[in-house]
Ligand binder design. Structure first.
Ligand SMILES: [Zn+2]
Ligand SMILES: [Zn+2]
Length: 350
């Protein structure tokens, strides 16, 4: 089969490898949709690829893609029908841990106390290929109402937004500021709107802001055109500030603003990876009783919850995708994604 390998420094290759066969406890998926996530862009850009960002692999670069969604086509020895059935539509929780420690047992394999064994698409072969092998315990059933594309979105970007909103405990009477309207931020805008909250969406790209408006954001702010973002958010909230905020941009400026735009007792959540932030601890945090949360994706249980919420509310996640690509178009797909102005892309390997 062919698989897309991100080499770093904006280079990628489509490499041939044997079709995988499942070992004990494993399954092989035929991938129907493999989403492109902001982290993939980091691996694509970094000199040395994912390894340069601390994801060390044993045997060199791996097949990319960590938003896997498809159908079970083979099961290995010891996989019970309750874990996986041939023909079953599934998403994959893209981490492998020991499977038995308290974190793994509660569905948080990325937090495995033994150290996460595999991050699929970064240290283990991911979903930018026709087939993908993984432990049956990493599968999350895909509700019938969700397309494979929607399942791919839930498998990282949208699921990450969901995880952050749950950590923040967002309720429908609140105002949330969402910094960054890429795939994760836009998902946060969409889900927060569905939860009934008032959304203030921020992005430096007009095209992305417009899309946030179409996805339900009540107020759109372009920080490059606004004198004082924090003041503006205060003006929009009776001088109090937002109840909660998410930073999905990873911009140090936006991160500081996500804290400073909050009302007293407010909560901010960081989901954007990389870079840093500078805060004045006393004035920005302590004296305003601010809660600051770091949130890394979601558990298998959270992933299933997110998919159920999307299905029950008939949320059209397919709208997130502005581009659908064949495997052979991967170079073009990543070139466009690199411009960070479009919506989300998805690769259809089969
Ligand atoms: Zn573990
Ligand atoms: Zn991701």
């Amino acid at each position: 089969m062919k698989g897309v390998v991100l080499l770093g420094d904006r280079a990628l290759e489509i490499r041939e490898s044997p079709d995988p066969t499942p070992g004990p406890g494993e399954v092989v998926l035929e991938i129907k949709a493999s989403g492109m996530c902001g982290s993939d862009l980091k691996y694509y850009r970094a000199r040395g690829g994912a390894a340069a960002l601390g994801f060390k692999t044993q045997n060199g670069p791996v097949i990319a893609g960590h938003e896997p969604c498809g159908v079970v086509v083979a099961t290995g020895p010891g996989v019970s029908p309750r874990e996986a059935r041939i023909g079953q539509r599934v998403m994959q929780h893209h981490y492998r841990g020991c499977g038995v420690c308290p974190q793994c047992a509660t569905g948080w394999m990325q937090l495995c106390v033994e150290g996460v064994a595999e991050v699929y698409g970064a240290t283990g072969h991911g979903a930018h290929a026709r087939y993908m092998k993984c432990p049956a315990r990493t599968l999350v059933p895909l509700p019938d109402a969700l397309s494979f594309d929607a399942g791919a979105a839930v498998s990282c970007g949208t699921g990450t937004a969901w995880g952050a909103l749950r950590r923040l405990g967002l309720s429908g009477d609140q105002t949330i500021a969402v910094f960054g309207q890429g795939p994760v931020g836009l998902s946060a805008t969409l889900l927060a709107t569905e939860l009934g909250a008032r959304v203030i969406a921020l992005d430096t790209c007009e095209e992305r802001l417009e899309r946030a408006g179409a996805f339900g954001a009540d107020v759109l702010i372009n920080p490059t055109k606004s004198d004082d973002v924090v003041e503006r958010i205060r003006d929009l909230t009776h001088g109090l500030g937002a109840d909660v905020a998410i930073d999905a941009s990873a911009s140090p400026t936006a991160r500081a603003q996500a804290v400073r735009c909050l009302r007293t007792w407010g909560k901010a959540c960081y989901v954007g990876e990389g870079d840093s932030v500078t805060l004045d601890v006393s004035n920005d945090l302590l004296r305003r009783q601010i809660t600051l949360i770091g949130s890394w994706t979601f558990s298998t249980v959270g992933q299933a919850d997110c998919a159920r919420f999307v299905a029950d509310r008939s949320i059209d996640l397919d709208r997130l995708f502005t581009h659908r690509w064949l495997l052979d178009q991967a170079a073009e797909a990543y070139r466009l994604f690199d411009q960070q102005s479009s919506g989300k892309g998805v690769i259809h390997p089969s």
